[in-house]
Design a protein around this ligand. Structure first.
Ligand SMILES: [Zn+2]
Ligand SMILES: [Zn+2]
Length: 87
């Protein structure tokens, strides 16, 4: 019973990922779903940037980009998970 359930889960997951992907009509980039496509269009093609940095005013289309910016530029703290910097 459990094995069957797991198999169904894996199967439905792979189908869901394949079936729901969409293609941007402007640049033909493949996005995971309509929501991602809309965000992509806003950010890349319409240049909409709703996430402004409270420290320097620089605006970003994606919340993650703003987060990265704040961490990289304004937060001078060591991020333990990042291993980009080898001295
Ligand atoms: Zn596009
Ligand atoms: Zn900033």
């Amino acid at each position: 019973m459990n094995q069957h359930h797991l198999f169904f889960l894996a199967l439905s997951t792979s189908i869901k990922r394949k079936g729901s992907s969409v293609t941007c009509p402007i640049c033909a980039k493949t996005l995971y779903d309509k929501h991602s496509l809309r965000k992509h269009e806003d950010a890349v093609h319409f240049n909409i940037r709703p996430h402004a940095c409270r420290h320097c005013g620089k605006a970003f289309s994606l919340r993650n980009d703003l987060k990265d910016h704040v961490l990289a530029v304004h937060a001078k703290v060591k991020v333990g998970q990042s291993s980009k910097h080898h001295n």
